[in-house]
Design a protein around this ligand. Sequence first.
Ligand code: UD1
Ligand code: UDP
Length: 381
Amino acid sequence: MTKRIMTVYGTRPEAIKVAPVIKALEASAELDSITVVTGQHREMLDQVNEIFGITPDHDLNVFAHRQTLNALMSKVFDGLDAVLESEAPDAVVVQGDTSTVAAASIAAFYRQIPVVHVEAGLRSGDISSPFPEEANRKITSQVTALHLAPTSTSRDNLLRENVDPATIAVTGNTVIDALFHTVEQDIPFNDPALKEIEASGRPVLLVTTHRRENWHVMEVVGRAVARLARELPHYSVVLPAHRNPIVRDAVLPALEGLENVLVTEPLAYGEFTRMMAASTIVLTDSGGVQEEAPSLGKPVLVMRENTERPEAVDAGTVKLIGTDEERIVAEVSRLATDSAHYASMANAVNPYGDGAAAARSVAAIGHLLGVDDRLPDFDPR
Ligand code: UD1
Ligand code: UDP
């Protein structure tokens, strides 16, 4: 009898990173796929499902503007419990470190359903940063039956926490599967302004920001980006704004009236990856962008004090620069003006994956349930 695998996800990055897994589950003869979205994000989630052609079987619809983390968690527990009861899956797959993930993994564990954690073992080492993600991923690790670690670094983090090695598979990060698949399709820009920037050949500074622990410095980020737009007038600055009103209210006012700054709505994944490929410098606090941009050979400056993704920092393509206004301006300016420094960072590296993470993940899930064999671990060498 085929085993029934329920994938639960709620935000944009989870949707991007589980899409290759869902597609691989759908293609599997031994495993059936059930998809549940919590709706933690709304437009930003639906946008990704549409691009990957995924129609969720269940939607918990927990979205609300500016809701507290506790309100969100309790709605996920409540909504998911009923679905777990009615569907009775053989395993529940979660991805990453959002509050959807923490709630869904505990909910499955309480129902004694094995939890499969995609992107397991990332650790910054600081429980307060990223907040609340570092706690969310540790909570999920405690109740996980199968840890799908993207890299050997993340596997080693789990081993240090005494996780049984037999329960860990190193798969690569599924975001690289999603990225390769999307870039291959060569999806055109919808937005004429983006098309124009790409055609102009002007250098591009691509900026994204949303991290909760950075909310109190978001105005600083806005001011730094505005200064950069003035100091680098030959650059186009593109900022696809996160939907969070707290982020928008803080970041966007400083950018008003600047001719070389384009603020957009969240870009569809195909457009965003195309913009990354057309960019010169990426300035971000995003987790996923830290993994994707190095694969496209783009230098990434990360507005955070630490990272759970050290691999591309070690490879020299990603640099942690914190959130001080002067430092942000200085680091971007240096990349824009010092060609030797730029060349030293602009190396295409793929420490996070080879595009086969979903296949390894699904094989490991099959192995967990006794219907398949595992594939060899991902090795970036
Ligand atoms: C969430 C995750 C974070 C992840 C990020 C990816 C938690 C606690 N945070 O942060 O780990 O890195 O998603 O983007 O799980 N909003 C909309 N429409 C949308 C999405 C969001 O209007 O489609 C607005 C709402 O007002 C919402 C707010 O943004 O209340 C914040 O959304 P939320 O999911 O709570 O947190 P994020 O900051 O997006
Ligand atoms: N992304 C996108 N459109 C945008 C901005 C980002 O599709 O306008 C993608 C990006 O390529 C990456 C993911 O969204 O895969 C990152 O999401 P986010 O930064 O919101 O979350 P994080 O990765 O920090 O959890």
